[in-house]
Design a protein around this ligand. Structure first.
Ligand SMILES: *Cc1c(COP(=O)(O)O)cnc(C)c1O
Length: 391
């Protein structure tokens, strides 16, 4: 079967896919149809963070799928409550946290955006940031601070203004009596691993307090341990009012969470929001297990591996100053910004059995699973070095 041709014939052409078909995964490895083995430094966009087919999580999924897969949010689901309790106890506390469960990142943000507009007055506005990414549904698309995504849809959703990332003055300029909330990724993912300054986030929190604005952290990519803390807000020591999560929360099954500080929970009432699949039983059971595996030991491992990774990327930059403009990262969320297009480098890595990602055309983004070891990082660095040497 020619999958490339069949895809072109049957699916809308929304994805520019790499020419490979993966059929099996285990831990940090993937195998393609021809049996070739790859090391995964991308995790399907930071989703399978605890490794492909993590045995403990797969066991929970199998067990739950054998009992009940779906009922409906018309009924109580213990798995949802167990997940909510676990997330609450590791964030704002059991008596100060409520959440809505959905299926994806965009939906988690849609819920946060709906809450924020309910919190605001009529015609209220939300401030987001340049180079942000918040999803592909209509509202999250307009929240996204990149014109290339919004083009052609601006007339459908109003109410978003764009401040410059890491520039507090640009936020101050946009605040008026209609502003109701600020949404930000503490570490921008799709935008190229752009790291918010601690001072900037502290001032943003202060500004939101002064003007009574909701502060929403989109932790869909940078949460769930990526920074070395369970939540990115804990890495910064700056508390938002709402946190959105998805991607890796169930290590591969679809699930979105909009976590809200208790005092804002009353913004929604019966019937104000809903989802047929939202908070699916199997996904929630997988998420409870995922969360339990993200313990102190795992977070410490992420911190030390992250420090090693960035050190190696910095060395690589010194070695190839004409090719690498910048190296940056926090925890296991790292990138190098190139002076040349990144796609050819990505394709060469793929040939050599290493999966990486390229975003914003020139930024190589690395989102490895937390089960990698130092020697895997060495393999990646040596491979990149070999590629750069011949450029
Ligand atoms: C991926 C992502 C989203 C969108 O999530 P989907 O599950 O693709 O809808 C939103 N925000 C951030 C920061 C993301 O990385």
């Amino acid at each position: 079967m020619n999958w490339e041709k069949a895809e072109q014939k049957n699916l809308l052409h929304t994805y520019k896919r790499q020419p490979v078909v993966f059929v099996k995964g285990k831990g940090k490895y993937l195998w393609d149809v021809a049996g070739k083995k790859y090391i995964d430094f991308f995790c399907g966009i930071s989703v399978t963070n605890l490794g492909h087919v993590n045995p403990a999580i797969a066991k929970v999924i199998k067990s739950q799928a054998g009992k009940l897969i779906h009922c409906s949010n018309h009924y109580y689901m213990p798995e949802q409550i167990k997940l909510a309790e676990a997330l609450a106890s590791r964030s704002f506390g059991k008596n100060n946290t409520k959440m809505f469960l959905s299926n994806s990142g965009a939906e988690a943000n849609e819920c946060a955006i709906k809450l924020a507009f309910k919190y605001g007055t009529e015609n209220s506005e939300i401030i987001s940031f340049t180079d942000s990414f918040h999803g592909r549904t209509l509202a999250t698309l307009i929240a996204t601070g990149q014109e290339k995504f919004r083009k052609g849809y601006e007339h459908v959703v109003n109410g978003f203004r764009y401040a410059e990332f890491n520039n507090i003055e640009s936020v101050k300029k946009l605040i008026n009596n209609k502003t109701c909330a600020v949404i930000i990724e503490p570490v921008q993912g799709e935008g190229g691993i752009n790291i918010a300054g601690k001072q900037f986030l502290m001032e943003l929190r202060q500004l939101c307090d002064e003007h009574k604005l909701l502060l929403i952290f989109d932790e869909i990519q940078c949460g769930m341990g990526r920074t070395g803390e369970l939540f990115a807000y804990q890495y910064y020591g700056v508390e938002p009012d709402i946190i959105t999560m998805a991607k890796s929360i169930a290590n591969g099954l679809p699930l979105g969470v909009t976590l809200v500080k208790g005092k804002y929970a009353c913004l929604f009432n019966y019937g104000d929001h809903g989802s047929t699949f939202g908070g699916n039983i199997v996904s929630c059971a997988a998420a409870v297990k995922t969360l339990s595996l993200l313990d102190k030991k795992m977070l410490n491992k992420i911190k030390s591996l992250g420090a090693y990774f960035i050190e190696k990327l910095n060395e690589l930059k010194l070695q190839y100053p004409k090719i690498i403009k910048e190296s940056r990262g926090v925890g296991l969320m790292c990138a190098i910004e190139l002076a040349v297009p990144g796609d050819p480098v990505l394709k060469k890595c793929l040939k050599k059995g290493i999966i990486i990602n390229c975003t914003q055309e020139k930024i190589l983004r690395f989102l490895p699973p937390f089960v990698i070891e130092k020697q895997d990082i060495d393999i990646l660095i040596n491979t990149l070095s070999g590629i750069f040497k011949n450029m």
